[in-house]
Design a protein around this ligand. Structure first.
Ligand SMILES: [Zn+2]
Length: 300
């Protein structure tokens, strides 16, 4: 199955040749009379799916049809020649990248990422500066109130002896110069705050633009990508791409349907609709069209 029409004709032709090859055989035996034994073939780990999970997804996908047929139709056998492959294909990913570039999505994505990381870096430095300032300010305040208290104490006693007066004067000079430094720091932080806000605005404008382009892109490609997500080859099933677990299970269900000789049906909500991903939000549930097609090939 596929995400959108580009490769449809090729895939369909391959399907036709397979089907006519089976024609004589099918007249005497429905593809559902015998269980289909499968094994796992190529298993690329880049998707981050474990083999055990993959096997359980195949079981779940198969059970969608098995529930209707009321029998075990798909049986795992490590020696089976029918192979289900999970293929991480650089070519497909390159094609997806090319498509995003042609659409202008890559450019806006790159600019956004650049702005976003500039903003993050600036914000880190800014936060550090602010936190230095805040601890210096706290230290100044506590030293200042200690000074004030001591001065008030001596004043209430009519003044301080010469040595103490001089050390208090030194403290006063220090506090004044520290106050000056902190004031300068405040204006420099205020300038940085403005710069930070400008960067944030630019970043957010770009984010909005990115979201807009991405929305158009998704609309055009139907939330998916213009290449084969998965295919039934006659000798096995290849899975190339999926966005989440449900999407993967749907793809497997669709291809197992082909393995039972099912064809595409017209309802966009159907498992056997030629574009996948539309009903990936929910677990695959056969529509009336799916059931009619299953009935036709399996002669329930
Ligand atoms: Zn298909």
């Amino acid at each position: 199955m596929k995400k959108f029409g580009q490769f449809f004709s090729t895939i369909f032709l391959i399907g036709l040749i397979g089907a006519s090859g089976y024609f004589v055989y099918e007249q005497t035996l429905s593809p559902c009379d015998k269980p289909l034994e499968y094994s796992i073939g190529r298993f690329d780990t880049q998707f981050g799916v474990s083999k055990e999970d993959f096997k359980s997804y195949i079981t779940q996908a198969g059970s969608v049809w098995e529930k209707v047929l009321h029998k075990k139709q798909f049986i795992y056998n490590p020696k089976a020649s029918f192979k289900i492959n999970l293929i991480y294909d650089e070519k497909q990913l390159t094609m997806m990248q090319k498509q995003k570039t042609e659409f202008g999505l890559s450019a806006v994505e790159d600019t956004f990422k650049k702005l976003d990381s500039e903003f993050s870096l600036f914000k880190t430095q800014y936060n550090q500066k602010v936190s230095f300032y805040e601890s210096a300010l706290a230290a100044y305040k506590s030293r200042k109130s200690a000074y004030d208290a001591e001065v008030a104490g001596w004043n209430s006693r009519g003044g301080a002896p010469k040595g103490i007066f001089e050390s208090l004067e030194q403290e006063r000079y220090y506090l004044n110069s520290e106050a000056q430094r902190l004031n300068n720091e405040t204006s420099s932080i205020n300038e940085l705050t403005e710069e930070l806000n400008t960067l944030l605005r630019e970043r957010n404008t770009k984010a909005a633009e990115y979201n807009r382009v991405a929305r158009d892109y998704n609309r055009k490609y139907n939330g998916g990508l213009e290449f084969n997500q998965a295919e039934y080859t006659g000798k096995g099933i290849n899975i190339y791409q999926f966005s989440n677990k449900k999407d993967l299970i749907l793809a497997l269900t669709h291809e197992l349907g082909h393995a039972l000789s099912m064809d595409h049906v017209e309802n966009p909500k159907s498992i056997m609709y030629y574009i996948t991903g539309i009903n990936a939000e929910t677990s695959p549930v056969p529509t009336a069209e799916d059931l009619a097609e299953l009935n036709k090939v399996c002669k329930i």
